[in-house]
Design a protein around this ligand. Structure first.
Ligand SMILES: *[C@@H]1O[C@H](CO)[C@@H](O)[C@H](O)[C@H]1NC(C)=O
Ligand SMILES: *[C@@H]1O[C@H](CO)[C@@H](O)[C@H](O)[C@H]1NC(C)=O
Ligand SMILES: *[C@@H]1O[C@H](CO)[C@@H](O)[C@H](O)[C@H]1NC(C)=O
Ligand SMILES: *[C@@H]1O[C@H](CO)[C@@H](O)[C@H](O)[C@H]1NC(C)=O
Ligand SMILES: *[C@@H]1O[C@H](CO)[C@@H](O)[C@H](O)[C@H]1NC(C)=O
Ligand SMILES: *[C@@H]1O[C@H](CO)[C@@H](O)[C@H](O)[C@H]1NC(C)=O
Ligand SMILES: *[C@@H]1O[C@H](CO)[C@@H](O)[C@H](O)[C@H]1NC(C)=O
Ligand SMILES: *[C@@H]1O[C@H](CO)[C@@H](O)[C@H](O)[C@H]1NC(C)=O
Length: 441
């Protein structure tokens, strides 16, 4: 909370569906803080890395790992892939979402509880929304979960607008990412091949092993693949950068349509908050991890060029042959486990040194963000007039979802209207009980 007299009036968070938990490690350099956006491991990676490595490991039974210093842990290591373990992943995800619901309740005790929470229709986001509701609601069946269908013809009117945008491709960024990956992972593969040449480690194997650090830690609480003797801090910074490059081109500033896809949510949300007579104090929505970074672009946050002298091509800020250590675009910050973005509205009457006014603030993963050129309030807050103007400028910059996406269906729309259409007020959606139907046993 801000250390001012401001009172929070409304809050609109957007949470990406779940994955894993905040984890602890005894190392001073913690690889788990540099895993970027790979958290939802059970979503297919394009291309896949972990499964081919595991298959190869299963195939190469002739290697005596126990006699291979540095890799001897592989002698009795079992891949974490059983069904029980996979369902544990889901449970960890639900726990995280419930925790977020409880956190919201603690952080904003004076806000009226919402009547409904919105979610895209995939089972995972739906369950995440249900779990959040369990943490947030005071009694059983207080809050409804409203499902917004993940259509390829929804235009901008859904929580997954990128699925209705032909200009978006889930594999964008793979080529660029692989270029840097080859650079940082080749020496690591060579080091491993010096230990066990029979395995013929490739850069993709190295990448799969690094993914296993996060995946196995979520399931088992720790992983030998996170050991800093196996991968050094520099190896992890290389991995992190290669993923940042991927997300830069996939959902970030390097994807020309990113801001257009993120803007409908920003505009709809800002419109709700700028309208002092909006129905609810709290609007919560769940989507997949693709949307929050596009919202970040629409808002102009984490922009590598913003503080650079001159404004060259944004792609030049993510070179493929070396790390830009000073980049603002760090997806470990934008896309961690259960990443979320929120816009808050405050009443700052009686604050020392500031006009009595409403002020606005953006949070990314609970951290206040500085809106470039919009900071005339306490802390990183921005006055009502300045925020309205800021949003207008951003809307002007990214107006035209359908046109920019090249939609090939006739009934598209550029506006997200789920928060204001009647379906939100009607008897739509399902309520959520506090507990599962628990039977005696
Ligand atoms: C593992 O062995 C099977 C059967 O020989 C083969 O089809 C497959 O391509 C191998 N996989 C890898 C990753 O080497
Ligand atoms: C366009 O029509 C399709 C097919 O009837 C429907 O599924 C989709 O929701 C419509 N899109 C909009 C934006 O109304
Ligand atoms: C090592 O793997 C690469 C890539 O899969 C392959 O092209 C190469 O032939 C392999 N080398 C040996 C010695 O097996
Ligand atoms: C950055 O690269 C992407 C992918 O090649 C391209 O589509 C985009 O236009 C580039 N951006 C700029 C500003 O040149
Ligand atoms: C503000 O919200 C009220 C209540 O939902 C609605 O009737 C009104 O049309 C909204 N005004 C604007 C400018 O969006
Ligand atoms: C990023 O920052 C540069 C420099 O301030 C600016 O020219 C550019 O429009 C910004 N990009 C976006 C998408 O806001
Ligand atoms: C803001 O707070 C002041 C002082 O507590 C109060 O008089 C005013 O009605 C509040 N305004 C809104 C919009 O809540
Ligand atoms: C922005 O939101 C307002 C209010 O919902 C709507 O009237 C307007 O068409 C929207 N504009 C864009 C570009 O989404």
């Amino acid at each position: 909370m801000p250390s001012t007299a401001c009172r929070l009036l409304a809050l609109v968070p957007l949470a990406a569906s779940v994955s894993a938990s905040a984890l602890y490690s005894t190392y001073s350099f913690n690889p788990l803080e540099h895993l970027t956006g790979i958290a939802p491991y059970f979503e297919p990676q394009d291309p896949p890395y972990m499964e081919p490595f595991l298959e190869k490991l299963g195939n190469k039974t002739n290697i005596d790992w126990a006699k291979t210093p540095g890799l001897n842990f592989l002698a009795d290591w079992e891949p974490p892939v059983s069904e029980a373990e996979t369902s544990l992943l889901t449970r960890v995800g639900r726990l995280e979402a419930t925790q977020l619901g409880v956190d919201l309740d603690f952080r904003y005790p004076d806000l009226k509880k919402p009547k409904q929470v919105w979610t895209s229709s995939a089972e995972r986001t739906f369950k995440s929304a249900q779990s959040l509701v369990r943490g947030l609601e005071a009694e059983d069946n207080d809050i409804k979960v409203v499902t917004v269908y993940e259509s390829e013809e929804s235009g901008a009117d859904s929580l997954t607008p990128y699925k209705a945008c032909p200009a978006y491709s889930s594999s964008a960024g793979s080529d660029q990412s692989e270029e840097y990956q080859t650079k940082f992972a080749s020496p690591i593969a060579a080091r491993f091949n010096d230990l066990a040449s029979e395995f013929n480690f490739t850069t993709n194997d190295v990448f799969g092993m690094m993914q296993l650090c996060g995946y196995e830690t979520v399931i088992r609480g720790r992983s030998p693949f996170c050991d800093l003797d196996l991968f050094t801090p520099d190896d992890w910074l290389g991995w992190e950068y290669s993923e940042d490059v991927r997300y830069h081109y996939n959902v970030g500033y390097g994807l020309p349509v990113a801001g257009y896809v993120g803007m409908p949510w920003v505009n709809a949300t800002a419109s709700l908050l700028l309208n002092s007579s909006s129905e609810e104090d709290l609007y919560v929505s769940f989507t997949h991890r693709e949307l929050p970074p596009m919202v970040v672009v629409a808002l102009g946050l984490f922009n590598n060029s913003a503080f650079a002298a001159g404004s060259g091509n944004i792609n030049d800020t993510m070179p493929l042959d070396r790390i830009n250590y000073r980049r603002a675009w760090k997806t470990s910050h934008v896309l961690p486990f259960l990443s979320n973005i929120a816009i808050e509205r405050f009443n700052c009457s009686g604050s020392y040194g500031y006009d009595d006014d409403e002020y606005y603030r953006i949070l990314v993963n609970s951290s206040p963000q500085d809106l470039p050129g919009c900071a005339d309030g306490p802390g990183t807050m921005c006055s009502r007039d300045a925020f309205g103007k800021y949003i207008q400028d951003r809307v002007a910059m990214f107006d035209g979802f359908s046109e920019q996406c090249g939609v090939d269906y006739g009934n598209s729309t550029d506006v997200l209207s789920i928060y204001t259409t009647d379906s939100a007020q009607e008897d739509d959606g399902q309520t959520v009980g506090k507990r599962y139907d628990a039977r005696l046993f």
